[in-house]
Design a binder for this molecule. Structure first.
Ligand code: TYD
Length: 206
């Protein structure tokens, strides 16, 4: 089972899922927790190039290709082997982030980004995608209030960019209803963590 977590900045997805993972492990499930961009040494090196605030000259297509390259390496080295061993892989961000950020907000087009990602992933879609939906104004305010969360190059985009990201995610949830579940991330941390666990358990028990 391959589960991905998506959402605009400051949705609290990582905190919610950490709590859910603890419960799943207590129930005996074997979980591999990972993230994009990154998750393996080569992919983390690509991540550093993408997110470096100094790289203000980065071209949007270069950015999209780097995310796809990092994704490919991560699939080969980590996701595919773990899924093959019967583990549950839970990944912070995946292909839908490229569709929303590069395809939607950067304006490169969802179909163009889907095409390069079909090449990169050989058509590997998640079994389940949790969309932690939040108004970007609320999400960005959460990040600003959280001193331990480092601000990256994408965080520095204008509010309109982040609104576009959110709207594209909501559009993708309609396009892929079989794998998307929307979680209202404006609720309390406890409520969001509980909803996350319930959704994952429901899918595991299906
Ligand atoms: P990260 O610090 O991991 O952010 P978050 O905690 O919000 O997941 O940074 C990843 C950033 O990269 C985030 O701003 C979203 C962006 N991103 C893309 O633009 N395209 C992608 O394909 C992926 C995976 C991430």
């Amino acid at each position: 089972m391959f589960i991905t977590l998506e959402g605009p900045e400051g949705s609290g997805k990582t905190t919610a899922v950490n709590a859910a993972v603890r419960e799943l492990e207590k129930l005996g499930y074997s979980i591999v927790r990972t993230r994009e961009p990154g998750g393996t040494p080569i992919a983390e090196q690509i991540r550093n190039v993408i997110l470096d605030k100094a790289n203000t000259a980065m071209d949007p297509r270069t950015e999209a290709l780097l995310y796809a390259a990092s994704r490919r390496q991560h699939l080969v080295e980590k996701v595919w082997p773990a899924v093959k061993e019967g583990k549950i892989v839970i990944c912070d961000r995946y292909l839908d982030s490229s569709l929303a950020y590069q395809g939607g907000a950067r304006g490169l087009g969802i179909e163009n980004i889907l095409n390069i990602n079909m090449f990169a992933t050989e058509g590997t879609f998640p079994d389940l995608t949790l969309l932690f939906d939040i108004d970007p104004e609320v999400g960005l305010a959460r990040i600003a209030a959280n001193a331990s969360r480092e601000v990256n190059r994408l965080d520095l985009e204008k509010l309109d960019f982040h609104k576009n990201v959110r709207n594209t995610f909501l559009h993708l949830a309609k396009r892929y209803p079989d794998r998307f579940v929307i979680i209202d991330a404006s609720k309390s941390q406890e409520e969001v963590a509980k909803a996350t666990l319930d959704v994952i358990l429901a899918r595991l028990c299906k």
